[in-house]
Design a binder for this molecule. Structure first.
Ligand code: ZN
Length: 507
């Protein structure tokens, strides 16, 4: 089929993907190898390229091609591709350039104020910058459009088709299920200290993570791994996927679980169907679904006993002095300890989602003008006590801990919780489809799981919205039932305690 508008549109999509790839490379480099003095030059280069990208996206001819192509498109893949492209373009067209510029400036100012506030341990240093960011995000939400709930417009950016009305009850249910579970499990998974006072040489950790990527099946000829302060996955193309990890010489967990996490993201990126490359379909339909892939490998596989039954002898061989006397079961308990913490990134699988419940409820109240920025630290502390069960010592341990709001990113946090829920549902479906999955994992054979994920999730890219994709695989959309069943089974066994009953299944 050759439709002139569709051909022209495809050519433009290719061009935009190429520009996006170059932006990805510059951003990756900024976080890994950029010399200290090159920061301002790189910021200018990124701004120029982003401007170019924007112009090529919103150009009037693209709108005309798109409309004609939409009228003529009949096959499902083309329609899905046009839908994803329209979403991005409409967003870019509706948000005026002056607002984009104002946001970029407010983000830089926000980051600086946040750093200042953290170093002085005073939230009020951050108040004016955060107030400004919220003002601009409200403007942005109004420009994009919403049905009376501004948060929807921001959420939609990260999790298309998800709404506040759909999300909040899911998170509230999680809160009521998890609070008693944390009460029952806090401190219950005990074991001897495994990492305290031991040394894990950085270079050997690095070599171990590379070996791990090979064992997991990451294609190192279509990607690479480097180090950064905050691990992330980026890159330029499904044949060029860049992972990063972080090494702490006192504890191998950040490197090992960071690599497992980013591997999950990277495998997804490498798995997009070649016929979709350089089109909007070669992407995940949502951040939540992307996060499901990282959490599945990091937690559901990567913190399981069968997986460590295979991997632990290798880790012990890499660190014979530190781990020579540590048994597999003790190591496994150490990486599955349940303990309340005020810090999200240190949270275990059981408490983690409570940190998201807290942030999301505050974000919604801020966007609804139900909560003033000045009152945010108090609201944070009150919610933290109600939800996680402890009070932060100060604002650095509390409301100032995450970088997201310093960037003015609202609507991102909930995708972490959605990722956890989707991961558990996908894993249940994988277990049903692959009856010998865990025996294979115990032998270090991960090929069946990789293939299953590729067939069911990765190759499809953005053909379907996230929840529809999950529903097509599991028969159910977003649900907490699989996640809570997973937690109860795993941590019931690890703690030897009888856990509070599961709530009635539902979404
Ligand atoms: Zn992630």
């Amino acid at each position: 089929m050759s439709e002139p508008s569709l051909d022209a549109l495809r050519a433009r999509m290719h061009e935009l993907k190429d520009l996006g790839g170059v932006l990805g490379l510059l951003t990756w480099d900024q976080e890994t190898y950029l010399p200290a003095k090159a920061g301002a030059a790189r910021a200018a280069q990124l701004a120029t390229l982003q401007g170019l990208y924007h112009q090529r996206l919103v150009a009037p001819e693209v709108g005309e091609w798109l409309e004609r192509a939409e009228r003529g498109a009949s096959d499902p893949d083309t329609r899905a591709m046009l839908k994803v492209f329209r979403r991005e373009r409409d967003h870019a067209v509706r948000v005026p350039e002056s607002l984009v510029r104002a946001l970029a400036e407010a983000q830089s100012a926000g980051l600086e104020a946040w750093r200042q506030a953290r170093s002085e341990r005073r939230f009020d240093r951050f108040t004016p910058a955060l107030t400004r960011l919220l003002e601009l995000r409200r403007e942005q939400a109004d420009a994009v459009g919403h049905g009376g709930e501004r948060y929807d417009a921001l959420l939609d950016h990260f999790e298309p088709e998800m709404t506040t009305a759909r999300l909040l009850p899911v998170l509230e249910r999680l809160r009521s299920a998890l609070v008693p579970l944390v009460d029952a499990l806090d401190g219950a998974v005990q074991g001897p200290p495994v990492f305290d006072g031991r040394a894990f040489e950085a270079e050997r950790q690095w070599q171990f993570t590379l070996q791990l990527l090979g064992l997991l099946g990451f294609d190192l000829e279509a990607g690479r791994q480097d180090r950064s302060i905050h691990p992330f996955t980026g890159g330029t193309h499904p044949t060029d996927v860049r992972l990063t990890t972080r090494i702490d010489a006192r504890n191998p967990s950040p490197a090992v679980f960071g690599t497992l996490h980013e591997f999950g993201h990277g495998l997804y990126e490498q798995g997009f169907a070649p016929e979709h490359h350089r089109t909007p379909l070669a992407s995940s339909p949502s951040m939540g679904l992307h996060e499901s892939q990282s959490r599945l490998w990091e937690n559901l596989v990567g913190r399981s006993l069968p997986f460590w039954g295979f991997l632990y002898p290798r880790l012990r061989a890499a660190f014979p002095e530190a781990l020579g006397g540590v048994e597999l079961e003790d190591f496994h308990r150490a990486v599955n300890r349940v303990q309340r913490s005020p810090i999200r990134v240190e949270a275990d699988e059981v408490t983690y989602n409570l940190h998201i419940v807290l942030r999301t409820s505050l974000e919604v109240r801020l966007l609804r003008d139900e909560l003033a920025v000045e009152d945010l630290p108090d609201a944070w502390n009150t919610e933290m006590e109600r939800t996680v069960g402890l009070r932060p010592r100060d604002d650095v341990e509390g409301v100032l801990q995450d970088i997201h709001w310093a960037h003015g990113e609202f609507g991102y946090f909930p995708t972490y919780a959605l990722g956890n829920l989707y991961a558990a549902s996908l894993m249940r479906a994988a277990e049903q489809a692959l009856p010998s999955l865990w025996e294979e994992v115990a032998r270090g054979e991960l090929g069946s799981l990789r293939t299953w994920l590729h067939t069911n999730v990765h190759q499809h890219g953005a053909r379907l919205p996230a929840e529809e994709r999950v529903q097509a695989i599991t028969g159910e959309g977003l649900t907490d039932a699989d996640f809570l069943a997973y937690l109860r089974a795993k941590y019931g066994a690890l703690s030897g305690r009888s856990l509070p009953a599961a709530p009635v299944p539902g979404a």
